[in-house]
Design a protein. Structure first.
Length: 305
């Protein structure tokens, strides 16, 4: 378990975080994404995700992000979805149609982690590969100077931690869950709200913890599950979050799910609140992620039996 999670953590870190705070793109003769005084000095080495090239620069309380479309045709800014820290933003004023370049800035920022998500669409209706840019702002190892060698990890089985919002609890007596007769094998009610409450009251700070490894937040089965041993008649709930059903959900294909987030843990907004609350205190969040299997109740499984 530890080995798998750390591998996922390492891959995510390398994929989302360049080697320095100021990676970039050059303003050389091939028409780089920025030129002149507005171009960060370190934007001299191109990075690309699909047809989007980008660079960014950060200081102790600000960032500048530059993204240029390099594909055929033009971007349709009005039809694209650009999000700053999860909230949609109107980027029309930040877009230069002549160079097909977006320049977004944040100033006077409190120490925390900030992010920009680009789900771009072209004028021809093509959906581009999404671009996600995470940035830590603030000095010291709590923020931008952190490395994973500084990490002290606390693993949380979300369902077994703290019930901060009883209203989202599953009823273990209803439907197939009623077949689970051992209370220890039922959903217990722990949720995002409970974790957020303990972040705010300094519970993790007091232990020196700066990284939380939480259960996978993806929607899981709400049915009972059999024992691994065929001769064992006991049934178990999926409180551990290792029986995902919404795997494969994207903004372009929701697979019929209103939300991919486990409702017994909370809402997408409550998950975002947990993450933002942690980041403001210099605490990293590692969500567990089930990559090697899909619960047979899932839509993706039905599409590929």
């Amino acid at each position: 378990m530890i080995t798998r999670a750390l591998l996922v953590m390492a891959v995510s870190t390398l994929a989302g975080c360049p080697a320095s705070h100021t990676p970039g793109l050059g303003d050389d003769d091939d028409g780089g994404p920025c030129e002149g005084d507005d171009c960060p000095a370190s934007c001299d080495a191109p990075r690309a995700v699909g047809d989007l090239e980008y660079c960014y620069d950060t200081t102790a309380d600000s960032y500048t992000v530059i993204v240029k479309y390099t594909g055929a045709g033009e971007l349709a800014i009005g039809d694209s979805d650009i999000r700053r820290d999860g909230a949609a933003v109107d980027a029309n004023a930040d877009f230069d149609p002549t160079t097909q370049t977006l320049t977004l800035r944040g100033t006077g920022l409190a120490p925390s982690k900030y992010s920009l998500l680009f789900r771009m669409k072209t004028a021809a209706g093509q959906d581009l590969r999404p671009l996600f840019i995470p940035m830590w702002i603030g000095s010291g190892i709590k923020y931008a100077d952190f490395t994973w060698r500084d990490s002290i990890i606390y693993q949380i089985f979300t369902d077994r931690f703290l019930d901060g919002k009883p209203g989202n609890n599953l009823d273990n007596s209803v439907g197939d869950l009623a077949r689970v007769d051992d209370p220890r094998s039922r959903w217990q009610g722990g949720d995002f709200a409970g974790i957020t409450a303990k972040i705010r009251d300094g519970y993790f700070d007091a232990m020196g913890v700066n990284t939380l490894w939480i259960s996978s937040p993806i929607l899981n089965s709400h049915s009972s599950q059999p024992s691994v041993q065929l001769s064992d008649p006991r049934r178990f709930a999926s409180y551990h979050s290792y029986h995902p059903v919404a795997t494969g959900y994207t903004h372009l294909d929701d697979l019929g799910y209103a939300s991919p987030i486990e409702p017994a843990f909370g809402t997408p907004e409550e998950l975002r609140e947990l993450v933002n609350t942690a980041h403001a205190r210099g605490i990293r969040i590692i969500p567990d992620f089930v990559t090697n299997h899909l619960q047979k109740e899932g839509t993706l499984y039905a599409q590929h039996p």
